[in-house]
Design a protein around this ligand. Structure first.
Ligand code: GUN
Ligand code: ZN
Length: 438
């Protein structure tokens, strides 16, 4: 009975695989009266409460801390595959498409991060708001300033979170006060990798902003660095708007396509995450999937900037790894529940509605797979880190009214996905421990 033991009782839902186009019920487990046994911050067992208890070694039940979430939905912590923490202060900035929005709002906000205290205050705020929304892991852009990465990782480490972050690499087509150089950006990244990569639950993600703001030399060096150290991640943006595609073609006339730019420099493969991926051909989706690269679906951001509709079904058919993302600050909320509702509405606009099982898969195991972190997080299989949330099905009068009239789990999950928000998050646990209580 030595390690700290915890027992969690509640309505447990987790996924073992992608539910696929037909929502195969063999891909998830739901235990109406479920139990989790956690030791040393890791899942030891998940199942019906009675069976989990019956299998406990002698003395463990008496020694364990009990978290009673009966009547609540207990899910693995949400995984937000793409967001920019420095943009928290410019969410909901009016009336622009991507490139003008970057110039008018985002670059000035990121320039304010030259002040390290602005970075530290923002990092603490963002990490706490993510926890309040049920998000326990994210892939996060900092700014071009190395200390912006220190600030974010320090805030994540203080709360024990599994997080990816990186310094933005950007050596052209941007304001001077946000510009690095090809060699300088790599040197800064190397120092940050030394300091943070693999420290506890933190992993470094190389972060070329997107092809237009990096010289060919910067992309080349980034690809070399990515290949040189096993376990490094990479995050960038791909095919978000038509104007951006035109710009990339002008800047890289010798490359066949936007995706080809990244592939040419070795920036599309396992552990690379490409945000948006809206304006891609079928052949490009297949090519991305074959390389092992993943896409972040950012429905709120894509609607906010008028960028277009991500084709989730085509991505699934191509075998592409897809995660869900807020893309703060083009996304206007920190939560994946609201993002799921937006994803459903985008699906409807494309005549391909997103089902609730597929939605909750994307927000948990799908995101963990997109980030290549599924050996650590994403479901309740034994050995996984015990990051989980408890959700109140009836946190608002509208939810309560609707839930009383729902027939069965599928209807309840769908109503939660469409009507739920951070008011549903009763508690967020990190490595078993309570990290947020509403
Ligand atoms: N493309 C390049 N930079 C950005 C950014 O900060 N936000 C979004 N949404 N797209 C980008
Ligand atoms: Zn982004």
């Amino acid at each position: 009975t030595t390690p700290p033991h915890r027992l969690v009782r509640g309505q447990l839902l987790h996924f073992l695989a992608d539910p696929g186009p037909a929502d195969d019920p063999a891909t998830w487990q739901f235990f109406d009266d479920g139990g989790l046994w956690i030791a040393d911050g890791h899942i030891r067992a998940a199942g019906p409460w009675a069976s989990v208890c019956a299998a406990l070694p002698p003395g463990v039940h008496e020694a364990a801390t009990l978290h009673d979430y009966r009547g609540r939905l207990v899910l693995p912590g949400f995984v937000d595959c793409h967001l920019h923490y420095p943009q928290a202060g410019v969410i909901a900035s009016y009336g622009r498409q991507l490139l003008a929005w970057l110039n008018d709002y985002v670059f000035p906000a990121e320039a304010r991060f030259a002040d390290a205290s602005e970075a530290e205050r923002t990092a603490a705020f963002v990490v706490d708001r993510l926890l309040a929304h049920g998000t326990t892991t994210a892939s996060v852009f900092a700014t071009v300033h190395p200390h912006s990465v220190d600030a974010f990782f320090a805030a994540a480490e203080a709360r024990g979170l599994r997080m990816l972050c990186g310094k933005v690499l950007m050596d052209r087509n941007c304001p001077e006060n946000l510009r690095d150089t090809a060699a300088g950006g790599i040197a800064d990244s190397l120092r940050l990798i030394e300091r943070w990569h693999g420290r506890g639950r933190l992993r470094y993600s190389l972060t070329p902003r997107f092809a237009p703001t990096s010289s060919p030399e910067q992309l080349r060096l980034t690809g070399e660095l990515l290949a040189s150290q096993p376990g490094l991640h990479l995050q960038t943006h791909l095919a978000e708007t038509p104007a951006e595609l035109d710009w990339v073609q002008q800047l890289f006339p010798e490359r066949r396509s936007y995706l080809d730019v990244y592939q040419h420099y070795g920036l599309a493969g396992p552990r690379t995450l490409h945000a948006h991926c809206i304006h891609l051909s079928t052949a490009e989706r297949h090519s991305m999937a074959a390389s092992g690269a993943a896409a972040a679906f950012c429905p709120g951001s894509n609607l906010f900037l008028g960028s277009g509709f991500f084709d989730l079904d085509a991505s699934r058919s191509a075998g592409l790894r897809v995660g869900l993302a807020t893309d703060i600050g083009a996304g206007t909320g920190f939560g994946l529940l609201r993002t799921l509702a937006q994803a459903y509405e985008v699906g409807q606009a494309c005549r391909a509605p997103l089902s609730a099982p597929r939605g909750f898969y994307l927000a948990t195991l799908g995101g963990a797979r997109a980030l290549y972190l599924d050996e650590h997080i994403g479901n309740f299989q034994p050995g996984r880190e015990a990051d989980f949330i408890a959700l109140d099905w009836a946190a608002t009068p509208e939810l309560a009214w609707r839930m009383e009239r729902c027939q069965g789990l599928a209807e309840r999950l769908f109503a939660l996905m469409m009507l739920g928000d951070e008011r549903c998050v009763v508690a967020t646990h990190v490595m078993g421990e309570v990290a947020f209580v509403r």
